[in-house]
Design a protein around this ligand. Structure first.
Ligand code: CP3
Length: 352
């Protein structure tokens, strides 16, 4: 199914380990998804999004789909950050045009109602998906497992879904509510075990998604974004020294350098608004950077795609860079625009 050349090594792993890589690695956040007709077909066959996530055969299939179409360097497990709250006992539904809907947790009583579910057992199908993908991947492709960061997952658990401003969560953080701290601690501990089980099943890299990190002002950012992610990195790496962690603290802007220094992440995923010149000068000397083309560029013109892509690859040293978008690819993205972006990267690197 795939071309396989074991001698080339895995570029993404070489870059993360500071070794010389045979090419600049590329993967795309949300690379498996609705912009692919073959995904929509399997998704329909599965019934619902959650049925798809908990069906290892089909989840493995959709994980591999983007790799058949595009010349990518990593596969990311097909699952969702909200499977953990579900496994912890929270009701979760994905409604059409509405996104995720959960019971909301707004006090100690609600937190207590979660109970003591054997959450790792509920997540077994996810680990099974990882093993299946691992068995099918060609030698040059890395396998990424993931979880949501405690703050981001907590916002969905508290708000009861996607919300315009994560208001209840931010107020709870400012107040330093005990139940809120308890929720962050619980998510931190469970995320460690969840990632370690993904690693046991075959994940070689893990990414921690803190989509809403930019909500948190200085002190709170340290306490609820940096510190939980530091604990996750520290513990995962203590148990698995060969595994690399990518931290995606979306929206922390000028604090990306602090995020890298304080958490032990091997790479920082950058939002599209982060200036690539600063990434080159301030971040790359200390940490690998990932990103950061605006996903909406992929819905514009060929010229704009070329320009935006070149802007990123010319600024960033390819031995310390993982090419990606600054956030997930949109469902409306034309497939040929994804091909164009990848071709521009390969073409540029081939010339230098
Ligand atoms: O390809 C991949 O990147 C791997 C799979 C993956 C999904 N979600 C699949 C998905 C990953 C890594 C995620 C992470 C995720 N999920 C995040 C963090 C990254 C980010 O995008 O900020 C967040 C916040 C979620 C929560 C979530 N999942 C929301 C808010 C939604 C609804 C909005 C939407 O895009 O539909 C989802 C659904 C979801 N997760 C889909 C997919 C492919 C779409 C489901 C469908 O088929 O209808």
């Amino acid at each position: 199914m795939f071309e396989h050349d074991p001698d080339r090594g895995r570029a993404i792993i070489d870059v993360l380990n500071g070794n010389s890589a045979w090419r600049r690695p590329i993967w795309l956040m949300r690379q498996a998804g609705r912009y692919l007709p073959e995904y929509r077909k399997v998704r329909e066959e599965a019934g619902s999004f959650l049925d798809l996530c908990f069906n290892p055969e089909l989840a493995c299939e959709v994980t591999l789909q983007p790799l058949r179409r595009f010349d990518l360097d990593a596969a990311i497990l097909f699952a969702d950050i909200l499977l953990l709250p579900m496994a912890l006992g929270q009701r979760l539904e994905f409604r059409k045009n509405e996104g995720p809907v959960l019971d909301s947790i707004r006090d100690a009583g609600d937190l207590w109602k979660l109970g003591n579910a054997d959450y790792l057992k509920g997540l077994e199908p996810v680990f099974e998906t990882v093993s299946r993908v691992k068995a099918e991947l060609p030698g040059h492709v890395g396998l990424i497992g993931f979880c949501g960061a405690p703050w981001t997952v907590a916002t969905y658990m508290i708000e009861g879904g996607t919300s315009p401003d994560r208001g209840f969560s931010r107020i709870a953080a400012h107040r330093g509510e005990q139940w809120f701290k308890g929720l962050i601690d619980r998510l931190t501990e469970c995320s460690i075990e969840y990632l370690c089980r993904q690693i046991d099943a075959g994940a070689e890299i893990v990414q921690v998604f803190d989509t809403w990190a930019g909500d948190l002002p200085d002190g709170l950012c340290e306490e609820y974004c940096f510190e939980p992610i530091r604990r996750i990195c520290h513990e995962v790496k203590a148990r698995y020294p060969n595994v690399s962690v990518i931290g995606f603290a979306r929206g922390v802007g000028p604090r990306q350098a602090d995020f890298a220094n304080k958490t032990e992440v091997d790479a920082v995923g950058l939002e599209w608004s982060y200036p690539v010149r600063l990434a080159s000068e301030k971040l790359q000397p200390n940490v690998v950077v990932q990103g950061n083309v605006d996903p909406l560029v992929l819905m514009s013109s060929t010229e704009a795609i070329e320009q935006a892509t070149l802007n990123v690859v010319t600024a960033l040293d390819r031995q310390r860079h993982i090419m990606n978008l600054g956030h997930g690819i949109k469902p409306e993205t034309p497939i040929e625009n994804v091909e164009k972006m990848i071709a521009v990267v390969r073409g540029f690197d081939g010339r230098v």
